[in-house]
Design a protein around this ligand. Structure first.
Ligand SMILES: [Zn+2]
Length: 215
């Protein structure tokens, strides 16, 4: 059977990643500098790479976003291809097939987070459609702060949604959306504060910018 090695490879990769993420914790840096450098150099030339591997990105968030962009997360629409009979319903909203584009961010659970994070940043360009979101991330933007906030919020949102989804799969309860909103918002603010204290060029007023986009 062709499918078995593929299945093993995919689930193995995701498990390894989960382990890394668990060990790294929510605030620590991703442990493997080598992986970071490898993925940066390997994918530096692809169309969307710059919107993932950008300066000051947090490796554990960038990495999971990179897997999502490659459609390599073990979403149920992919799992049913090699394991028939499994329930492919989204565990967050329980009302649609779980796929990458559903989870990020058409799902009624994750779309609430996404809207909270980026509506004030992108205004009338707001969308929950995966391909349109990627277009937004790639879009040339003169305002460095705006682009950073959009890309960073996107990555933390992907990480947290995937984590909540996995918690349910392992029999745990997901965090209420209102808690997730506060958590991700705080993560973005912490990052912007850190960049300010490090004197990152063009990011001095980024935190004020982020506050101004809260609607
Ligand atoms: Zn859903």
């Amino acid at each position: 059977m062709e499918l078995e090695p593929v299945k093993e490879r995919v689930s193995g990769a995701v498990e390894d990643l989960s382990l890394c993420i668990c060990n790294a914790g929510f605030k620590s840096e991703f442990s493997s500098q080598e992986t970071w450098l490898l993925t940066r150099s390997t994918y530096a030339q692809t169309d969307w790479a710059k919107s993932v591997w950008f300066s000051q990105a947090t490796p554990k968030y960038a990495f999971i976003s990179w897997l999502a962009m490659l459609d390599r997360l073990a979403t149920m629409d992919r799992i049913v291809r090699w394991s028939s009979g499994v329930d492919d319903t989204c565990v967050l909203c329980k009302s649609a097939l779980e796929s990458r584009s559903h989870l990020f961010f058409e799902c009624s659970y994750s779309s609430q987070l996404w809207e909270h994070l980026v509506l004030g940043v992108v205004g009338n360009l707001y969308t929950t459609v995966w391909t349109s979101i990627l277009d937004l991330l790639k879009r040339p933007e003169r305002d460095k702060r705006k682009l950073f906030c959009l890309r960073y919020a996107f990555q933390v949102a992907i990480y947290v949604i995937w984590r909540e989804r996995n918690k349910i799969k392992h029999g745990e309860k997901p965090l209420p959306v209102i808690v997730v909103k506060k958590l991700v918002d705080k993560e973005v603010r912490n990052k912007l504060s850190l960049m300010k204290s490090k004197g990152c060029k063009g990011m001095e007023l980024a935190l004020q910018y982020w506050f101004s986009t809260r609607v």
